[in-house]
Design a protein around this ligand. Structure first.
Ligand code: HEM
Length: 360
């Protein structure tokens, strides 16, 4: 175990260059993604505190509009239907892919804005150490094949019109709808262009499972999202799976029955995946907030939502008032989809032909 961590730290130090120390305890690194033994220090060259601690204004999404692909300049009226069909087919086969698609959207938007940078393996600068290689994403993100299938079908119908960034946003909306049995409908204006760069080390802008409440709030404020939106969006942890390495240090802080079950599932293997929500694992609902109250959540970052009066109030409201969380989640997802968008006229942006690589 110690050896494994040492290797991971070395790899991080080599591959990330300026990795981030969170400033919330010397043994938590890369904005909450890496937890070292208490004697460990973050990789050399760590940025001492990457966060601005600034409240960035809420994203406006200027340039985005509803029904964007129904208009003359960007005409591809089949686009949204094609994505919806691809998502439905994939999620019917494996609900976990729906969870993956919702997370893909979050990880896209938080790094360089919602510009499809999370999909890239080949970039304009020739960098191959892209976001997909970053600690939050590597061996973890899923759903890429659904985006690729939708993109291929859309290119066949109307080449060069629909961006990968918009496909990611549509897919997250559609996955939310399917997994909530139609109860969550995220308004999704479109018109995003695709970026041409992607860097693994920038994924430290995503808060990690070992983040405390301040780090969570700061990471969201840095993107113009409020603590309330952070609490609301964390509700996505009512679906999908997580690796044991992110919570095996905190069995003692969990509900004992759940802890025993998880311990048996993990069986000492940090790479094993388990369901995030033991109660309704494949339904996008407000069960997460009941789990937070009952100590049935996996991560420190989930449990941290009980650490302030404000967040406790939101958790309790979301747990108890039917339909309230769903409406807030729709709004917060719409806001998230506006972060840092590149739109017509933006420099360094394009409509990719293939989502994993930039055009020549
Ligand atoms: C608040 C800070 C957040 C932290 C610290 C966090 C952390 C994590 C971690 C560690 C995993 C497990 C990954 C793995 O084991 O491979 C995960 C899974 C997931 N997260 Fe988050 N997350 C956060 C916010 C969000 C948000 C805002 C969304 C979407 C709106 C989201 C959606 C998901 C989903 C759906 C999964 C399951 C993915 C799958 O099954 O493929 N998370 N998250």
């Amino acid at each position: 175990m110690a050896n494994k961590l040492a290797v991971l730290v070395t790899l991080l130090a080599l591959s990330l260059g300026p990795a981030a120390s969170q400033g919330q305890g010397s043994n938590i690194c890369f904005n909450g993604w890496l937890r070292l033994p208490s004697s460990g220090t973050c990789p050399r060259g760590s940025r001492p505190d990457f966060r601005t601690r600034q409240r960035v204004p809420a994203p406006t999404g200027e340039g985005l509009s509803f029904g964007y692909y129904n208009n003359n300049n960007s005409y591809c009226p089949q686009a949204e239907r094609i994505v919806k069909d691809a998502v439905k087919k994939a999620v019917d086969q494996n609900p976990g892919i729906g969870a993956g698609l919702i997370r893909l959207f979050f990880h896209d938007c938080f790094v360089r804005g919602c510009d499809g940078s999370v999909l890239l393996t080949a970039t304009a600068s020739g960098n191959s150490d892209t976001e997909r290689e970053g600690p939050p994403n590597k061996d973890s993100l899923r759903g890429f094949e659904v985006i690729d299938a939708a993109k291929a079908a859309i290119e066949a119908a109307c080449p060069g019109i629909v961006s990968c960034a918009d496909i990611v946003a549509f897919a997250a909306r559609d996955a939310s709808s399917v997994l909530s049995n139609g109860r969550v409908n995220v308004p999704t204006p479109a018109g995003r262009l695709d970026g041409r760069e992607s860097f693994a080390n920038e994924t430290d802008q995503l808060p990690g499972p070992f983040s405390n409440l301040t780090a969570l709030e700061d990471s969201f404020w840095a993107k113009g999202l409020s603590p309330d939106e952070m609490v609301t969006l964390s509700g996505a942890h009512t679906i999908g799976h997580a690796k044991c390495q992110f919570f095996s240090s905190r069995f003692a802080d969990m509900d004992p029955t759940l802890a025993a079950k998880l311990k048996a599932q993990c069986n000492g293997n940090d790479g094993t995946f388990v369901d995030q929500d033991d109660v309704t694992p494949n339904v996008l609902d407000s069960q997460y907030y009941k789990n937070v109250i009952d100590k049935k959540v996996l991560f420190d970052s989930d449990a941290a939502l009980t650490n302030s009066t404000d967040t406790v109030t939101q958790v309790t409201d979301n747990a108890n008032s039917a339909g309230a969380w769903e409406r807030k989640f729709e709004k917060a997802m719409e806001s998230m989809g506006k972060i840092g968008v590149k739109v017509r006229g933006s420099s360094g942006a394009e409509i990719r032909k293939v989502c994993s690589r930039v055009n020549n």
